[in-house]
Design a protein around this ligand. Structure first.
Ligand code: ATP
Ligand code: MG
Length: 178
């Protein structure tokens, strides 16, 4: 395949279900074509179901940021500062790993949410996107991307919630939401 055609930037956003699962579907496709993939998950408390499977796929490397067990508004200033620092290191690590491995696809799951609640310096993310390896395809997920991120992206796909069982009191289910 012609890897020179790679290098575009995707955003999967919106308030409906399906942003992370769409990104995981793309990893499946990319792995099937022999692409090298790196997945970095931000803002996740526990190990998610998909990580177990994805790390078994050929050419796929999976990384998790510092596990987060509270909403940002429940964190003390010290806790926020710690998470911010670890997320800032995480994005640098992922960037280094992409260079080292010659990755073709980088998925930054919930990175947009992390920027939105100031648990990642968006300027670091934007700097990375502007100076990334030319043929590295990047996918970012999360709600409410800034206008600057929207401006940099080549694909912006919005999942709109028409209905979600959470509104009927059905919490996240293993194997479906987590
Ligand atoms: P998924 O991981 O299922 O593809 P997502 O990435 O689109 O969902 P996020 O915004 O990352 O959704 O939401 C985190 C969690 O909240 C997921 O478990 C997701 O299924 C669930 N969720 C998504 N949309 C809603 C909603 N409108 N109301 C309640 N929960 C939601
Ligand atoms: Mg998600």
């Amino acid at each position: 395949m012609d890897k020179n055609k790679l290098g575009l930037i995707h955003i999967y956003t919106g308030n409906g279900k399906g942003k992370t699962t769409a990104a995981m579907g793309l990893i499946l496709r990319a792995s099937g074509r022999g692409l090298k993939v790196i997945l970095g998950q931000f803002m996740k408390g526990r190990e998610t179901g998909e990580l177990r499977t994805l790390q078994l796929l050929p050419g796929v490397e999976v990384f998790r940021g510092k596990p987060i067990t509270k909403f940002s508004f429940q964190m003390s200033e010290t806790e926020k500062a710690e998470v911010l620092q670890s997320h800032n290191c995480f994005i640098r690590e992922l960037s280094r790993r992409c260079e080292e491995t010659g990755a073709d696809l980088l998925v930054l799951d919930e990175v947009i949410g992390a920027c939105g609640v100031k648990l990642l310096d968006e300027s670091l993310l934007i700097d990375f996107l502007k100076h990334k390896p030319e043929h590295l395809e990047v996918v970012m997920t999360g709600r409410n991307p800034s206008s600057e991120l929207l401006g940099i992206a080549d694909y912006v796909s919005e999942v709109v919630k028409r209905k979600h069982p959470f509104d009927k009191g059905i919490p996240a289910r293993e194997g479906i939401e987590k």
